[in-house]
Design a protein around this ligand. Structure first.
Ligand code: NAD
Length: 432
């Protein structure tokens, strides 16, 4: 379902009218086409407080030339902000440049983990979160603002590259934390070469886009979907030189059957399959409750346990599960869906440190907002329009936006990203 308002708002009369009427003014986002991989402008590196971070070598390896005029990207290193006074330096650094940041540009603020024993540092660092989220809501013109809390710039390289590229077009207002990780020697053009990925629900929508993106990054992809979607799954698999696996993820033996199909194990496991059976709780019979919890949560828990337990997910592997902003903010008519997706957040946060320590595998989640798919095309017009506009970018995201975020989490150099729930929602007004 094409977004006609977005197209109209981009015409001269559309711009005039939307401005006069105070309506949302979405701009077409600069996404990631292989021919135009970078933001198309320069990088401005600023500092607030006394930083001990060795950032320059990592920034030098991005494709962005230094730029102090009209930058496409601004990195503000605020890791050394330890008190309220130093927050004035955040203002002083960004106030003069914010107007000049290019359309679809990026502002990435770097912070430090909150100290457990220094409440002045914790207050100042937490302040950065409110700052970033507020700036994201006011900056407009397709520009995004995110906060990255890090301790080691080298280990955060894949995350910085993602946030400073068109791949993160629909990720804004997010707080991401990276830890330490051994250096990975990667081919940044085809990081998943030689790796195997399995995408559940890969026959269409977001899952198909994830499959295509992981294959673009070099992975051998197995497209799993229910037998009824077999034809679509085979078509997607054929297009990207992968294989299809007809399987219902809720089957009791799903884990064993996946293991049998992957004798060399698995490097990237993407739990994308999901369903909705919306009804308000008063009208929701158990027949609508159970399948949603079964597909979206119980199936994910069972297959994860089976595959990790049997050692099918190789060391250095990545698990990416799919939550939803409905699981973070709640949504009327979706008690079953909201519960299942919040469950994914619990699973990720709890399992991540154990899976890393015991299996060398990271576990993260993407939480999509309003994404243009068949699922959202079926939503009644007015609710669909509200879903599209009620975010800082005033438009819906595309399956490719979720896919690029998944590809970053699946990246061999993303070992320092663990237990994160990253919203791909254009900074939706729903939820935190
Ligand atoms: N579209 C959105 O705006 C949005 C927003 C938030 C979260 N999500 C989540 O993203 C994921 C993908 O959403 P989508 O919009 O592409 O949905 P979709 O309905 O287009 O695709 C889902 C796919 O999962 C498959 N599937 C369903 N049950 C399965 C099962 N038991 N075993 C194997 N495969 C199964 C379906 O056959 C289908 O191919 C879902 O988890 C969804 O909850 C979507």
């Amino acid at each position: 379902m094409a977004d006609r308002y977005l197209r109209f708002a981009g015409t001269a009369p559309g711009r005039f009218l939307t401005r006069r009427l105070g309506l949302p003014q979405p701009v077409p986002l600069h996404r990631f086409p292989p021919g135009r991989p970078s933001l198309g402008g320069g990088l401005l590196h600023l500092t607030a407080g006394k930083s001990a971070l060795d950032l320059a070598p990592v920034l030098a390896r991005t494709d962005l030339p230094a730029d102090t005029g009209a930058p496409a990207a601004v990195v503000l290193d605020a890791t050394g902000v330890r008190d309220v006074d130093a927050l004035a330096e955040v203002h002083a650094a960004l106030h003069p440049v914010v107007r000049s940041v290019a359309s679809s540009g990026r502002i990435v603020v770097l912070g430090s983990p909150l100290a457990a024993d220094d409440h002045h540092q914790a207050a100042a660092q937490q302040a950065l979160e409110g700052f970033v989220r507020s700036l994201g809501k006011e900056i407009g013109r397709g520009r995004t603002v995110n906060l990255l809390r890090l301790t080691d710039a080298g280990a955060a390289e894949s995350t910085l590259r993602f946030l400073l590229s068109p791949r993160s077009a629909y990720v804004s207002g997010q707080v991401i934390e990276t830890g330490a990780a051994p250096r990975a020697d990667v081919d940044w053009a085809r990081p998943l070469a030689g790796r195997t990925a399995l995408v559940t629900g890969g026959a269409r929508g977001i899952g198909a886009a994830v499959a295509v993106t992981l294959a673009r990054d070099g992975a051998r992809v197995v497209v799993l979907d229910v037998p009824q979607a077999g034809q679509d799954a085979r078509r997607v698999a054929e297009e990207l030189g992968g294989t299809a696996l007809a399987l219902d993820i809720t089957a009791a033996d799903a884990g064993e059957r996946i293991a049998a199909a992957l004798p060399d194990g698995l490097d990237v496991l993407v739990h994308n399959a999901g369903i909705t059976r919306d009804r308000r709780l008063v009208n929701m019979p158990a027949e609508r409750w159970s399948p949603v919890l079964e597909v979206n949560l119980a199936g994910v828990l069972r297959t994860t346990d089976a595959l990790l337990g049997a050692g099918v997910v190789n060391r250095g592997g990545r698990i990416v599960a799919t939550a939803s902003i409905a699981g973070l903010a709640g949504n009327a008519g979706q008690t079953n869906y909201g519960a299942s997706k919040a469950g994914i957040v619990g699973l990720v946060r709890c399992l991540a440190p154990h899976a890393l320590a015991e299996h060398g595998v990271t576990v993260n989640a993407v939480a999509p907002g309003f994404i243009e798919t068949r699922m959202t095309a079926a939503v009644p017009l007015l609710i669909r329009e509200a879903g599209r506009r009620m975010n800082s970018l005033a438009q819906g995201g595309l399956p490719a936006d979720v896919a690029e975020t998944t590809a970053w989490l699946a990246h061999p150099a993303s070992g320092a990203v663990n237990g994160q729930v990253v919203r791909v929602c254009g900074q939706s007004l729903l939820g935190a």
